[in-house]
Design a protein around this ligand. Structure first.
Ligand code: NDP
Length: 267
């Protein structure tokens, strides 16, 4: 368990991750490691904020001199609504995970972080299967399609996926990774160690299974993909990539990604 505070009890600091729940977040440890590596005098904390309190909490943090915040579940849509004059690509995503308080501005580094994760793979990604229809999946789907990838989508509740009304999206009633370079798990099934009905036997040998969630050891999703001989990645790489992109957006400095990754791998 990491240190966290209710937003009304927020200590003096510069940056925060806000969400509900937030006690599990590794972001304070990761950003603190970045400040240390670069000799910066800054403090990053975790604060619990609920959806109805979002605006009030953000105002309070701005008054206390906070410069920015990472926004996590369930506040990404509220953060989008708070941003003044959103422009594309943020406008088309409808979700914001990073805000700059004095500027009333926001961006989405989950999607640019995903770009970094995909770029780190051995071969270029042209075709992806995305699992889920929540806020993260939606942002990934819109982003990957806008980059010209061939994208397949599956969600447990098919109707929810269709209701997203994303242009150019192929939705499937089975999680079929035929021809896909990656399968991206943007559901929260791993959180409760539940299986997903992916037809792994149809995946090409080079396909990489990417879970957005992370836990001690391998997630159930990773274990299943590995049983079919596939390489896997858990959500820590994405956490570091989105955190590094947020750090860079706020400070204009290059983030020390190695130090950030080491800090969250200590567990
Ligand atoms: P949401 O709550 O918005 O979406 C949840 C999705 O998961 C829905 O599509 C839901 O399907 C599906 N789901 C939940 N349980 C199951 C299950 N047992 N079987 C099949 N599908 C299931 O979550 P988010 O989009 O905000 O986040 C999704 C995941 O991504 C989370 O695990 C989150 O931690 C992770 N994440 C990690 C990041 C990182 O930096 N590592 C960054 C962003 C997200 P249905 O519609 O049928 O209910």
């Amino acid at each position: 368990m990491n240190d966290w505070f209710e937003w009304r009890d927020a200590p003096t600091a510069d940056y925060a991750v806000i969400g509900d729940p937030v006690s599990h977040s590794l972001s304070p440890r990761m950003h603190t490691a970045a400040y240390r590596a670069l000799g910066m005098d800054a403090r990053y904390v975790a604060l619990r904020v609920t959806v109805p309190e979002f605006e009030q909490a953000i105002g309070h943090l701005a008054d206390k001199g906070y410069k920015g915040a990472n926004v996590t579940v369930p506040l990404k849509e509220a953060a989008y609504a708070w941003v003044q004059s959103p422009t594309d690509p943020v406008r088309s995503l409808g979700a914001v995970n990073t805000v700059a308080l004095s500027l009333h501005a926001g961006t989405n580094t989950d999607v640019t972080g995903l770009d970094d994760v995909l770029a780190s793979l051995d071969r270029p990604v042209e075709r992806a299967l995305v699992l889920g229809a929540g806020g993260t999946a939606r942002a990934f789907l819109v982003h990957l399609l806008s980059k010209g990838l061939q994208v397949r989508a599956w969600n447990r509740t098919e109707e929810k996926l269709r209701s997203l009304q994303i242009e150019g999206l192929e939705t499937f009633s089975t999680a079929d990774p035929t021809g896909c370079d990656v399968v991206i798990n943007a559901t929260s099934a791993s959180m409760t160690a539940e299986n997903l009905p992916v037809e792994w036997q149809k995946a090409p040998k080079h396909c990489v299974a990417i879970d957005c969630f992370y836990t001690k050891g391998k997630t159930v999703f990773q274990q299943e993909a590995e049983a079919y001989g596939l390489a896997t990645i858990d959500g820590r790489l994405l956490l570091v990539a989105q955190g590094a992109r947020s750090f860079e957006w706020w400070t204009g400095m290059t983030a020390p990604r190695e130090a950030m990754l080491s800090a969250i791998n200590e567990d």
